[in-house]
Design a protein around this ligand. Structure first.
Ligand SMILES: C[S@@+](CC[C@H](N)C(=O)[O-])C[C@H]1O[C@@H](n2cnc3c(N)ncnc32)[C@H](O)[C@@H]1O
Length: 403
């Protein structure tokens, strides 16, 4: 049941949030502050899902404001730097549900909008409408007719369109696979993607005006990635650097509704070889700088897990689509080394070790030092300088890595 929140209540919360974002250095632009104060964020998050504490397997519980206490808790959460899960779908191959949409935490929403560098009169395409909140902020700032938003999920689109209209915003909101952009409304001055991709779709390059900017979260085969601000050249080429801070997004899905987990390639039947490594597999945890470089030395379609391996000890496991696999013990032995068991045609752990040596040699670079150039046929990652720095092919599903 929808609850009515007095304007004085949510406006005070929106002001508190804006002040917090201001203090934290996330919010700089007066127009975005105005939008934050004008758009009632709670209207876009009438309910959210949270994991049931201690439930195994994981179970999600829906939370809707009901009494005074739960309404206050809901409002405090919505107007705070918290991501809230807003839609679930069945994981067909796992027998559980998984999040497929969320209300992005407002500090990230605002940092992205700041990084998008919009000015009045620009036309923006958002990929991933979700709740519709980001589209509302854009429509407030630029005017509804300059904003288009697409989501693959028809129910999300219908709900978002409804919420937006109730508040007087009428951007173009379409059910479509964002990978195709929105050709009938192109060209755009800005594209902002709020779902992560393995490769920047060609349609985004084509539909962005020369000089335009795309803000996109790009990840590699281990799922390590970050947001990039990519500028379109006169030719159909995008180039830019990763943002200095890290922001994470749900991966683009190919269909609405039920979803499938990352494919888990079968392991080759050949017996594994055992050896030792000085490289701690924990270096691959977390999806940040080193894992980003490491995956440039691995093939696309990788599967990675931390689990109990064949020898009943905790291991990091990597598998590749060609059947190659390795398991590296999480705990070191008495000499400080980790046990590696590996098989198959691609020397996966040796490639990670090569990446580690390169990483140290390059001075453990930070996000801002990495950039990407995207053409219709290639994704090239570079360090520090697009023309003279070291570079690697991003192993996209279409273009495997060549270590
Ligand atoms: C983090 S949510 C977006 C949050 C949203 N911008 C907001 O303001 O609430 C990611 C969204 O990307 C959408 N998405 C996933 N795959 C997509 C695709 N192929 N095309 C368009 N949208 C997609 C999901 O359905 C989900 O709603």
């Amino acid at each position: 049941m929808a609850v009515t929140v007095p304007a004085s209540t949510w406006r005070a919360l929106a002001r508190r949030l804006a002040d917090e974002l201001d203090d934290d250095g996330d919010l700089h632009t007066p127009q975005w502050r105005d939008a934050l104060l004008a758009v009632p964020q709670h209207e876009f998050v009438p309910r959210y899902y949270a994991p049931e504490p201690d439930a195994r397997p994981l179970r999600w519980v829906m939370h809707e404001p009901q009494g005074a206490e739960s309404t206050q808790r809901w409002l405090d959460l919505v107007y705070s730097p918290t991501t809230l899960i807003t839609a679930l779908a069945d994981y067909v191959d796992r027998g559980v549900q998984a999040p497929v949409s969320s209300a992005t935490k407002p500090d990230l929403v605002i940092r992205m909008l700041e990084a998008l560098k919009v000015t009045e009169g620009m036309r923006v395409l958002e990929i991933g409408t979700g709740t519709g909140y980001n589209a509302a902020l854009l429509a407030h700032r630029l005017g509804s007719r300059r904003v288009c938003s697409v989501d693959i999920d028809p129910q999300l689109v219908s709900e978002a369109r409804h919420r937006l209209a109730r508040l007087g915003y009428t951007p173009t909101v379409v059910t479509a696979d964002g990978a195709d952009g929105l050709a009938e409304h192109a060209p755009f001055d800005r594209i902002i993607a709020t779902c992560a991709v393995f490769a920047v779709p060609g349609a985004w390059i084509e539909q962005l005006r020369p000089g335009g900017l795309a803000l996109v979260h790009v990840e590699g085969p281990l799922g390590a990635g970050n947001l990039l601000a990519l500028r379109r050249a006169a030719a159909p080429v995008l180039q830019g650097r990763f943002l200095p801070w890290w922001g994470c997004f749900m991966r683009r899905r190919a269909t609405a509704g039920a979803t499938v987990g990352s494919p888990r390639p079968a392991r080759t039947a050949e017996p594994p070889v055992t050896r030792h490594t000085a490289l701690d597999p924990a270096e691959l945890d977390g999806g940040r700088h080193f894992p980003f470089l490491a995956q440039l030395y691995l093939p696309p379609g990788m599967f990675r897990s931390v689990s109990t391996g064949d020898e009943h000890v905790a291991v990091t496991q990597l598998r590749a689509p060609d059947g190659s696999w390795c398991e590296v013990s999480r705990e070191p032995d008495a000499t400080g080394r980790h046990t590696v068991r590996e098989a198959g045609p691609t020397p996966l752990w040796a490639n990670v070790e090569t990446a580690w040596r390169r990483w140290r040699q390059l001075g453990a670079p930070a996000w801002r030092e990495f950039g990407l150039t995207v053409t219709a046929t290639a994704h090239q990652v570079w360090l520090r300088d697009p023309h003279h720095g070291p570079c690697w092919a991003l192993p996209t599903p279409e273009a495997p890595a060549r270590p």
